[in-house]
Structure formats: structure tokens, C-alpha cells
Design a binder for this molecule. Sequence first.
Ligand code: ATP
Length: 505
Amino acid sequence: METKRQLSTREVTIINEVAKILSKGMNFLESAGEVLKILYSFWDVKYSYVALYRKDLKLLKIVKAFGLKEEEVERGLFKRGEGIIGKVYKSGVPVVLSDLSTNSYLNRTGLKERLEGSESFIAVPIRIGGEIIGVLALFKSFDKKESVEKAVELLIILGTMIGMLYKLEERINMERQEWEEEKKALTQALGKKYSLEGIIGRSVAIKNLIDLVERVSQTDITLLLTGESGTGKSLIAKAIHFLSHRKEKPFVTINCSAIPEALLEAELFGYEKGAFTGAYTSKKGKFEIANGGTVFLDEIGDMPLSLQPKILRVLQEKEIEKLGSERSIKVDVRIISATNKDLRQLVQKGDFREDLYYRLSVLPIHIPPLRERKEDIPLLVDHFLNTFNQKYSKNVKIDAKALELMMEYPWYGNVRELENTIERLVILKDGIVKESDLPSYFFVELSRDEPRNLPSVIELTEREEIIKALERTGYVKSRAAKLLGYTLRQLDYRIRKYGISLKKF
Ligand SMILES: Nc1ncnc2c1ncn2[C@@H]1O[C@H](COP(=O)(O)OP(=O)(O)OP(=O)(O)O)[C@@H](O)[C@H]1O
């Protein structure tokens, strides 16, 4: 019967130390260097190296070495199948050479002259799954008690672990590249969508707004956009960014109410490796990611008091500090913030710092609710009909009477509610939408002064409160349910019942 051999304490220590490197997130060459250092510290290996196969050179090349001189490393080039290194790479079979005077030892590096003579040479393949990508080689003197066989077994494990380190770096690089491409595509797509033409309206308020957007986008002035939910604050912020000289750089949105307070600081400012349990690698915060571009602080009224001094510092000194670091980093960002709350009232209540309020509102821009600029409604209806007819390959139209009612309706959810209503109509109806096709809560709302059907009024109020709670919590359903005093299931049921569409981020 085959008996499984136990790993010695020293072998376990070596494997553990190498495993730790895997979780450190270093680049491959640094990691490989660390592995060779571990072999020296725990196993007295004075000379070792990692050679990888370079497809472009069609050669194995030493990429990291321990104990070798620079010129010895440079000489370390092997063809596939050539010498011990080339053979191990080609066959995948480990080789142990206890007598280096034999002809099969090439001494390509020229290291032999510096050895004591008692060393054995061991070379094992570096594998990623079934593929061999290189060779781990070392020179070590074994005393009588040590088994060379066991040493080879340990090195085979290390060869696989080095392969994992290589794979890890490959994956990180791939993800980074994908992320860069995605960011570029997103920037271009957003740039196209958020031009001035994207802001629809002919009211004096919108015309003035478009004029202002054009002018402020050429400056770096800090803006505070105010207005009810759904009035177009994010749209305006994006338009300003994409008209400015910062347009090639990122536009980063931070929804201050959607991120739990405990995570917000790390999200905004990033953290250093080891800053808290689980911080295996360092991470950039949103301000650093946005460097050169624009940061849009949505729902700024919900910024926790504890973080407000740090935001002030970004505005005043253009500096941030990562969690777990004492070093300041300079960032060049334009800040646009938005709120549907009365910030001055929050200042009076002590929930918002006065100094921050003044810094943020260098230029306040108010966007009036849709019910105060009814003349924009026909243009917006037309715009959204075009958009959704195209999206769903339909040709839905709205007749004059239905449009008239739409202009009367108070749209407490503003342009977002109008957009969602049109989308639903396009999906559900065909041909021409008439007055009778409009949702029933429309009519309840429009007959406020007359005695009304109570169940409908209750439903209407419930619908409005749900939308309000969802807006306030950044569409985090569990938090909205808590605010409303519903369970998540009760809320889900009502979201379906009222056809409330969930805003996507
Ligand atoms: N004038 C406009 N022209 C065209 N589309 C608009 C206009 N205003 C708003 N919208 C659209 O309405 C929707 C809601 O706008 P947006 O998200 O910018 O509102 P908001 O004020 O930022 O809301 P919140 O405070 O809830 O974040 C978006 O899809 C936006 O594109």
C-alpha cells in the first residue's frame, strides 16, 4: 500500500511563505524575487533563478535571479531543448545533476567557477495547468540527512505556485486593459450623448440654463446644482464636463446617499494595503480615478459630517489622503455637486458644515421643477417618443387631448417620471395614445379640488411615497423599505403593482 509522505516543518514553512506572496498582489517579477529570497532564507539556497520562455525571442531567458551577477544573468539564454534548462522546458521532467563536471551541464551563465563544488543543480518546470512556461533552477548543497527526492517534490510544488503568480499578473493586466477600454468607450459614448443638444426645452429657464452651461463649462468654477429629484441635475453636470477641456478625462459620479457611511471614505479616497482587515491590495479612490476630470457629488446633503472636512480639503488644497496612509496626494478635479435638499436648512440644523456649504456653492444653479415650465413638456414628450419608438422598434404617437392632460399633470417625479411614463406607453400601447390610455392615477391627481375616490387617492399617495423613498435612498430597495415601514417583499409587490421603473446606475 502506498504511504503518503508527510511534509517536513521546513517544507511547510516554505510553502506557507510563498502562499503569502500570492495574496500580496505584487507584480510577477517582484513575486518571483521574493520566492528566491525565501529559498535562501529558509533553505540556504545561495544561487537560484527563474527562466521564462519568450515567444518573441524563441528562447528561455533568466528574468529573475538570486546570487547571480548581472553578467551571469545576461548570459542566461537557452534554446528549447538545449542544456538542462532547455530540456526541462521541453519535456516537463525535473532534472537533478549532482556532478556539474559532466558534459550535459552547459554552464551558460558561467556561475560554475564561483561554486564550492559540493552543490547539486536542480531544475523543475514552471507550469500553468498543462502548459509549461519556464524553469525554476537552483544550486544547493545537500547534507547526508537530506533527501534530494523530497527536495524535488517541494520544488515541483513551488514551480506550480510560481506559475500561479504569473497567471495572476496576466489576469490583472487583462482586467486593467479591459477596464481602460471600457472607460474609453464609456467616455466617448457619454461625450456623444451629453452635448447641449441633449438638454431639451424651450422655456426661459432651460434657455438660460443652456446659456449658463456653455459659459461655466469653459471655467473650473465649483457648481452646486439644486432642484427636485428628476429635474436633470446629473444631465447638466455631464453636459458641463463634456463641453469642458476635461472631456477626455473621467467623469466620476459619487452618490453620497447610496453608499453606506462605513464604506464611503474608502470609496472616495481609496486605501493603502493593510489599512483594514481585508485590504490585501491598495485601491484608488474616486477622486484619484477622476484626476484631470470632474467629480459629480450627487445628493451632497447626505454626505456624513465626519467626511465633510476631507471634502473641504479637496476643494481648498486639492489634496487627498488614502485610508491607512499619511502621505497626501495632489488631485486636479473639478467638483460639481447636486442636492434636492435645502442645504442652508441643513447648515442651520448643524447637519452640514457652513464652510463646506460656501465652498461648494460658489455658483449655485437652480433647475425648476417641470410643473413650473410646462412649455417644455411637448418637446420632452416628442423627444422621449422618438427615443423609445426607436429602442422598441415601434411607432406610438400621442394625440392632442392626451398631451394636454400631460401638460396639466404635476409630474412630481419631474422629467424622470415623464420619461418613464412615455417608455411604458410605448411598450404597452400601439398606434395613437388617447386620454383613456393614460394611467388612472393621472386623473385622480388632476381632480384634486373635487371629492375624490378614496382608494384611488390612497394608491396615488402610496405610489408617490414609494418613488420618493426610492429616490432618497439611491434606489437601494432594502433602505427604501425601511423608510416606508414595509418589508422588502411588500415593497417589491407594490413596485410591480404600480409599474415603478427602477433607475439603473
Ligand atoms: N432637459 C432635459 N432634456 C432631456 N432629458 C432630460 C432633461 N432633464 C432631465 N432629463 C432626463 O431625465 C432623467 C432624470 O434626469 P437626471 O438623472 O439628470 O435628474 P436628477 O435631477 O439628477 O435626479 P436625482 O436628483 O434623482 O439624481 C434622465 O434620464 C435625464 O436624461
